[in-house]
Design a protein around this ligand. Structure first.
Ligand SMILES: [Zn+2]
Length: 101
């Protein structure tokens, strides 16, 4: 996974398309990222007993990495991530402005 926690991204597909957020968590196994306050789904629960009174609960759902694009912190543009290998160190670079990000 090219994205990491703290990256600012824009959602490019789905119900929150066009919204921006900072990655709160990544799930590399599933290629999913979690953005706080975005991609919230609501579920209605039936009352089962006194401990579970039911109601509506909201929960965030991860967004597939294919549905988000990185916003470069240097040039502020929506970009793709490239890699540069320098003295055995792998750096992420912005494909637009070529800054290390
Ligand atoms: Zn850039």
């Amino acid at each position: 996974m090219k994205l990491k926690k703290g990256d600012e991204v824009i959602i490019t597909a789905g119900k929150d398309k066009g919204k921006k957020g900072k990655i709160e968590k990544t799930y590399p196994k599933n290629d999913v990222v979690l953005l706080p306050g975005l991609n919230i789904f609501k579920r209605h629960l039936k009352k089962r007993d006194e401990k579970n009174p039911g109601g509506i609960i909201s929960f965030p759902r991860g967004i597939p990495v294919g549905n988000v694009a990185l916003i470069c912190p240097k040039c502020g543009k929506q970009t793709r991530i490239g890699y540069k290998i320098d003295k055995n160190k792998k750096s992420r670079i912005c494909r637009k402005c070529h800054s290390i990000i």
